[in-house]
Design a protein. Structure first.
Length: 307
């Protein structure tokens, strides 16, 4: 730990943590909850949001500032264009600055397939270094990457190796293979999958695990979000249903709510079982929170006891 803090969880001993999963399952929420656990324990942590190429802003206004949210807790949105400009300025001196300022060079670089992903992941790698490339930038204990949805997330993890293999020699190959080695180092990097107990998120999580395996990467945990509480057995739900038929209008609404929650929990059960069969002890669950904005602190508490 560069800050001298003691890691509160084995997961947070990794300097680089990728949080990935299907769109909308709660990647951002989980990344924030993990960030909160780290910051509460005194770690210096940054949550980096990677934008997929399709959503990346075209303008050069994106910037690449590390924004402080709370003591020890920072956030950054990584725009590949800004990452490239920073890299060229810092690494390549005057020539780099001239290239960074050149619209034609920028357009060419961005048109190279995979270049956006490489630049974004390169910036993530830079954030995770003790010796930051950016001048006077303080190091972080943990970098939590709020990665793009599954397919893009895997692409981001694979890109450095692909570039290293294609470019073979020269500065891009050197840089890409350094980044690839960092991602492949299980002591340095952890990949966390976020799922929901539903058909598509579960099948995407299983194929994510297979895709990572091909790259010799493993999901450290599968955090299954928005799980309904299992308050009633099947028999109890049946009893509630018959009670509802006999009951008056006053008790209809609460009974209906209880039945609906019970049915949802029952519908989720087979998906949780599939995940449990695939991931065993690595499966972690988070409850569905019935508030307008889910309370990150309470999710952080739940995560802290399970990881
Ligand atoms: N445990 C939970 N209980 C209830 N609502 C939740 C829970 N977790 C997340 N949400 C809500 O679900 C929505 C999606 O969550 P979030 O933005 O974290 O997902 P995401 O995977 O990052 O989505 P995107 O693909 O849009 O980036 C948000 O409105 C969030 O507040
Ligand atoms: Mg998100």
């Amino acid at each position: 730990m560069v800050s001298g803090a003691v890691s509160p969880l084995p997961l947070l001993e990794h300097r680089l943590i990728f949080v990935t999963g299907k769109g909308g399952v709660g990647r951002t929420t989980v990344a924030r909850a993990l960030g909160l656990i780290a910051a509460r324990a005194g770690q210096r942590v940054i949550i980096a949001e990677l934008t997929p190429a399709s959503q990346a802003p075209d303008s050069r206004a994106g910037g690449i500032a590390e924004v402080k949210l709370a003591p020890g807790l920072f956030t950054i949105t990584i725009d590949p264009q800004a990452a490239m400009e920073e890299y060229l300025r810092v690494k390549a001196g005057a020539l780099g600055s001239a290239l960074a300022a050149s619209r034609i060079f920028g357009a060419l670089a961005m048109a190279t397939p995979g270049m956006r992903e490489l630049l974004a992941i390169g910036k993530v790698w830079e954030l995770a270094q003790v010796q930051r490339i950016r001048e006077r930038a303080a190091p972080y204990d943990v970098v939590i990457v709020d990665a793009p949805a599954t397919g893009h997330g895997v692409a981001a993890l694979r890109t450095p190796r692909t570039f290293a293999e294609i470019a073979r020699v020269g500065p891009i190959a050197r840089q890409a293979s350094t980044i690839a080695a960092t991602i492949a180092d299980p002591e340095f990097t952890a990949v966390v999958g976020v799922a929901q107990p539903e058909e598509l998120p579960v099948s995407e999580t299983l194929s994510l695990a297979r895709a990572l395996e091909k790259d010799h990467l493993r999901l450290a945990y599968v955090i299954t979000n928005m799980c309904y509480p299992e308050r009633f057995s099947e028999a109890e739900i049946a009893r509630l249903e018959s009670a509802r038929q006999d009951a008056g209008t006053l008790t209809d609404a609460p009974l209906r709510a209880a039945i609906s929650e019970g049915r949802r929990a029952a519908a989720q059960r087979p998906y949780l079982e599939r995940l449990r069969a695939a991931f065993g002890e690595r499966l972690v669950t988070l409850p569905y929170l019935f508030s307008a904005e889910p309370d990150i602190r309470s999710l952080a508490d739940r995560l802290g006891t399970q990881l």
